[in-house]
Design a protein around this ligand. Structure first.
Ligand code: BG6
Length: 495
């Protein structure tokens, strides 16, 4: 018996069987089932095969930026191990895989000549996926801007949007026949906010004006890239974008100040990207310092940004809550908002919701509500959950298995929420767990394990966790089993 088989046997024995049980909630036929990764987080081989430097190489090598001084130099060594990792995906029954192209591996300077070894790597990887019938969902940009473009101002300058569209065109010309679904950008809000405003991510800037300009140029880059892809890829290929979703819920009775506060936070976190994309305008309620000045918005930009897309990628990790309260006299579980809100409103962390070890609220119902709301707002738009998952303090037992019960519960609850949303009318077409592998978790380095597959970074050995077997059973049944009336007592690490 292989490790994967004995792990699967253990999962069935401890968790009571497969997803094809009575009362299981089905997903629509043809549902896409996948796992997500991103180039800098898994590929490693940073100095191999002619790859250039990205802003994350620079940032992670500067002391103090990443926990433990970790870098993506080696990561999961996916560059050399993609064959076995794709076989692993196939063994779990996945029919889709979301990955990102590393811009500096393909066009090392962000403009100019292409790197043949980089092109060969992705072509071989795509061939391997095809061999296993796994549909590639490709992210064009998952945060690894070539350093040369950063040296010229990065996303704070308009030219980067043009360079990005050119890169998308290169990818379409090279791989258009092999990729099923294109995601232009991953979480542009995080690129602008963490990269240019708080400095927590590469390139580590703390500059509100640069962040607001970045917001516009990312959106413009998206619109130009959609156009470039659309002109080149075969008919039927899907094109969209992935946003980080931060649903905001109000607790208690409706009050004008609470509703206004909800609109402000929603506009700051969601609307600032969603409204230009879907409606061709920046949101009315966003705080002014977040918005690009009119001088940066050229005629026609908003129409370019609002190009029709085929789907919206939803990355969901939790919701936030507001209630009536006094920010100057906080009660337990209340917190003052960083946004400028009307008086009498506080953020609230409902104590009945679990937290992940990152401190994030576990809130599957928030995902249900969010999917229904999006489908109501944009009825024709397909929704893919392009990321959902949690970090946990996983370890390998002496028997060689990883019993990540808290993650199984997390996934079970969220998959149940997706199935319910689909049943109740949400236009959900697929789900990608974050992540396939434990990987380089940005500012957290290797301290946070998000994978359904454990990676021993010393040996690069992969061990599918119990959650991988649970996920696989759901994928194979295309249905999620009923939630248990009570959860087993987890050897939980939820804090
Ligand atoms: C998303 C990113 O923010 O969530 C992923 O697209 C990332 O790349 C994941 O790894 C986990 O969240 P965080 O906030 O720890 O990066």
């Amino acid at each position: 018996m292989t490790t994967a088989e004995s792990g699967a046997a253990k999962w069935e024995e401890t968790a009571g069987g497969q997803a094809g049980t009575p009362g299981a909630l089905p997903f629509p036929p043809g549902f896409s089932w996948g796992a997500s990764t991103a180039a800098y987080q898994v590929e490693g081989a940073a100095d191999t095969g002619g790859r250039g430097r990205s802003i994350w190489d620079t940032f992670s090598h500067q002391p103090g930026n990443v926990r433990g001084g970790d870098t993506g130099d080696i990561a999961c060594d996916f560059y050399h191990r993609y064959r076995e990792d794709i076989e692993l995906m196939a063994s779990l029954g996945l029919n889709s895989y979301r990955f990102s192209f590393a811009w500096p591996r393909i066009q090392p300077g962000g403009r100019g000549p292409l790197n043949q070894a980089g092109l060969d790597f992705y072509r071989a990887m795509l061939d391997k996926l095809a061999e296993h019938g796994i549909a590639p969902t490709a992210t064009v940009y998952h945060w690894d801007l070539p350093q040369e473009l950063q040296d010229e101002g990065g996303w704070a300058v308009r030219d980067t949007a043009e360079r990005f569209a050119e890169f998308a065109a290169i990818l379409a010309d090279q791989f258009g026949g092999q990729v099923t679904r294109w995601i232009t950008l991953n979480e542009p809000q995080v690129s602008a906010n963490n990269g240019y405003r708080t400095g927590a991510h590469a390139p580590g800037l703390r500059d509100n004006a640069a962040a607001a300009a970045t917001t516009h140029h990312l959106l413009l880059g998206h619109g130009l890239a959609v156009r470039a892809l659309r002109e080149r890829v075969p008919e039927g290929t899907e094109i969209g974008i992935t946003l980080d979703s931060h649903p905001v819920q109000v607790l208690g009775e409706t009050q004008d100040n609470l509703e206004l506060a909800r609109q402000i936070i929603d506009a700051n976190a969601n609307g600032i990207f969603l409204e230009p994309l879907l409606d061709g305008r920046y949101p009315e309620h966003a705080e002014p310092y977040l918005l690009p000045p009119d001088s940066l918005i050229a005629d026609g930009d908003l129409a370019t940004i609002a190009q029709p897309i085929d789907f919206l990628g939803v990355n969901y990790y939790g919701s936030s809550y507001l209630r009536a309260g006094d920010p100057a006299d906080l009660r337990q579980h209340e917190k003052r908002s960083r946004a400028a809100l009307p008086p009498g409103v506080v953020e609230y962390l409902p104590p009945d919701l679990d937290r992940t070890p990152m401190g994030w609220l576990v809130d599957a119902d928030g995902l249900y509500e969010h999917l229904l709301r999006l489908s109501k707002q944009s009825p024709g738009l397909a929704l893919y959950i392009t990321e959902n998952g949690c970090a946990a303090e996983d370890y390998v037992t002496p028997e060689g298995v990883v019993v990540d019960s808290a993650r199984i519960r997390y996934l079970h609850e969220h998959l149940d929420a997706v199935a319910r949303a689909s049943r109740d009318g949400a236009n959900v077409a697929g789900y990608f767990v974050w992540s396939l592998l434990d990987n380089f978790e940005w500012g957290w380095g290797y301290q946070k394990r998000f994978g359904i597959v454990f990676v021993d970074f010393g040996t690069q050995r992969r061990i599918p966790k119990q959650s991988a077997h649970f996920y696989s059973s759901v994928v194979r049944a295309n249905a999620v089993p009923p939630l248990p009336a009570t959860w087993p007592r987890w050897s939980s690490h939820l804090g």
